[in-house]
Design a protein around this ligand. Sequence first.
Ligand SMILES: [Zn+2]
Length: 162
Amino acid sequence: MTHVPSTSADRAPTRPQGARGEGASRPSESELKTKLRDAGLRPTVQRLSLCGLLFGNGDRHVSAEALHAEAREAGLRMSLSTVYNALNQFAGAGLLREIAVQGPRTYFHTRTSPHHHFMDESTGRMFDAVDGSVEFARLPAPPEGMEIVGCDVIIRLRKKKR
Ligand SMILES: [Zn+2]
């Protein structure tokens, strides 16, 4: 007596489709390309990878040094001056807002609308003050032939003594 293996049609387990985790609001490469092109910049590989770091994590305030360190961590090989030049180009094209804090310390903000900042003086970390929480009572008259385009406040912070 031979056992004939029953060849009942295999029932493939049904898997729910489309159960992939829908990623956060990380912009795709084509979105970043469009962003660069719309700003009048050619989407080079370096610019694209820097944009990925800058615009993939919500609102950010970064210095060239910090972004350079991030790029290295992400395995991107580029010099600090390349990063610095790219940040300046992005700022010039309106993709970033540039704020010079103290001498060489320049911060680039992914949020380009006017807003004010707190800055921790011990670490240099900057973060946004709540919108509408700063009011100006008076500003000096601009020099002859000039007009005021904006006024950025940086509220400096330090740890309370005890
Ligand atoms: Zn900001």
